[in-house]
Ligand binder design. Structure first.
Ligand code: ME8
Length: 509
């Protein structure tokens, strides 16, 4: 069996999730579901990043201990994932023992390899970004080059990880593996950064006096672990790194880390170097998607300019929300959410194209056949619906292998519209009048097509797929266990009863 390991970032629990977090997680869920449909054994990991300054500050502001605060916030992420039908295989919190153990092992092992040293540091520090900046990087501005907020001058002893010696290796790796960093704009970005700058060794500790909320540093009681060095390790700690008989040997290396472009550098520079230094194979791919924007700036928890996914779900339903996010913007580009754009997608793609196809087909089933489909009615059919159904899974796979979610959806929709056209071309209402023998075959083909469409739609809108199968009088399980890329065209058994029911997506004003 082929395996597939994919991850989302571990979200900071400094505030509740917004659509940016929902975006990455929905994309990961759609990919995981598609891979399962194609017969892969999948490990889909998400979770929460719970240490560091941001979280410590946020818990202080709420008057809670970091432990109570992170318990509460981590749960809001789980709750949202449940609402959105996210089927993750594991949810890791960086405060869990299994994770802390792995982080401390990295410390000890890198220290043993003489890749960690202690040094006095003097310079500029951005608290919100938890980043050190050199005089040159700040260009004398005393403002954070990343977030533009005021920098603090600090002087302290810390531990450093000697990453600079791996620079040439990393450049070479990126050169040799064009699909390691995707999309290409992001690959170029990391590449340019590495070509133009000499890597500076990474400060991986924080003095406990300044920041107590972190993984204890095994080399010094006065230090805790820098949150990024801690968090990245989740991708191995969650699948049982160094545990006996764990998923690690089966699933590592990870097939794809899905992230936003905001965290490109930790994932394409620090993380591969950490692994390589540890003699662990590095991930196959890192894909950094774009940002959801609001008023031309990135939607972010710290700025507060957010769209609350719960409100969109309440208004449009979770499937329409999932569909919109993956269809509206090519994965990799920035986008803007608006209720107007959402309503347009809802009415055209969902209500008109998919909803009508389903409703018309089942209405005619009721009218001409009292909802009963004879077995094998479509088996002999040689028509465009059957032919294109065979291609659908492969066409989707071609796009999803490159994380082109919107193009995969366009493939399904072109099939949906083919089916709508098929109804017009075949005009079952005429066939019925003429008492034509062709009618059962036409209706049978439409039901087969709907079943296949639901399979294609399943990764993106699982609730809708289930509804369609139910309307067709079919059980979901056997369909989901069937390989999607070998489409059968005589699925219906004698005695199957269809049911028109309510429209899938009632039109909105
Ligand atoms: O960075 N548009 O956590 P975080 C699209 N804990 N995606 C967005 C987004 C937006 N406006 N805002 C956030 C961290 N995201 C670290 C990660 S990983 C080991 C540690 C999504 O809570 C996107 O995936 O700030 C982005 O990379 C991530 O949330 C950042 O989440």
């Amino acid at each position: 069996v082929k395996k597939f390991y994919l991850t989302t970032p571990l979200y900071y629990v400094n505030a509740k999730p917004h659509i940016g977090h929902a975006y990455t997680t929905i994309a990961a869920d759609a990919l995981a579901r598609f891979k399962r449909l194609m017969g892969y054994k999948v490990f889909f990991l998400t979770g929460t990043d719970e240490h560091g300054q941001k979280v410590q500050k946020a818990s202080e502001a709420e008057g809670l201990s970091p432990k109570d605060f992170t318990d509460k916030l981590s749960q809001t992420f789980r709750d949202l994932w449940q609402k959105l039908n996210i089927e993750y295989d594991d949810f890791i919190r960086t405060t869990e023992v299994r994770h802390v153990k792995a982080v401390q092992y990295f410390w000890k092992e890198l220290n043993r390899k003489k890749l960690i040293y202690r040094k006095k540091y003097e310079g500029w520090y951005c608290t919100p970004c938890e980043a050190f900046w050199t005089e040159r990087e700040t260009a004398g501005e005393k403002k954070c080059p990343q977030c533009k907020r005021a920098l603090e001058k600090i002087s302290e002893e810390n531990y450093f990880f000697a990453i600079s010696q791996f620079q040439d290796w990393l450049i070479e790796h990126i050169r040799k593996h064009p699909q390691f960093i995707m999309p290409e704009t992001r690959r170029n970005e990391t590449f340019a950064f590495l070509e133009k700058n000499k890597l500076v060794d990474l400060c991986i500790s924080r003095p406990r006096a300044r920041l107590a909320w972190g993984v204890d540093c095994p080399l010094s009681p006065d230090h805790v672990t820098y949150v990024w060095f801690d968090a990245l390790i989740n991708y191995v700690s969650a699948c049982g790194f160094r545990e006996p008989r764990s998923k690690f040997s089966e699933f590592w290396p990870c097939d794809v880390h899905l992230i936003g472009k905001d965290i490109l550098r930790p994932h394409t520079v620090y993380w591969p170097i950490m692994l390589h230094a540890m003699d662990i194979e590095i991930p196959q791919r890192v894909f950094a998607h774009g940002w959801w924007m609001q008023d031309k700036t990135k939607m972010s928890k710290s700025l507060g300019n957010i769209v609350n996914p719960l409100e969109v779900i309440k208004e449009f339903g979770e499937d329409a929300f999932r569909y919109f996010l993956l269809r509206e913007v090519p994965f990799g580009k920035d986008g803007t959410y608006s209720d107007v754009a959402m309503t347009t997608r809802f009415n055209t793609d969902l209500a008109n194209d998919l909803g009508n196809l389903c409703h018309r087909t089942l209405h005619m089933m009721e009218k001409y056949f009292e909802c009963k489909l004879a077995a094998n009615t479509a088996a002999k059919a040689e028509n465009v619906l059957k032919k294109e159904a065979q291609m659908l899974a492969q066409n989707m796979e071609r796009h999803l292998d490159l994380l082109q979610f919107n193009d995969a959806l366009i493939q399904i929709w072109s099939y949906i519209n083919e089916a709508n056209k098929f109804i017009e071309d075949q005009a079952p209402w005429k066939l019925a009048k003429e008492n034509s023998e062709k009618l059962p075959e036409v209706m049978g083909s439409l039901c087969e097509a709907l079943r296949v469409i639901a399979q294609g739609v399943w990764p993106f809108m699982p609730g809708t797929a289930l509804k369609i199968w139910k309307k067709l009088g079919l059980d979901a399980r056997p369909i989901l266990n069937d390989s999607f890329d070998k489409v059968k065209w005589n699925y219906f058994k004698e005695g199957t009863v269809t049911e028109k029911g309510d429209p899938l997506f009632p039109r909105r004003k």
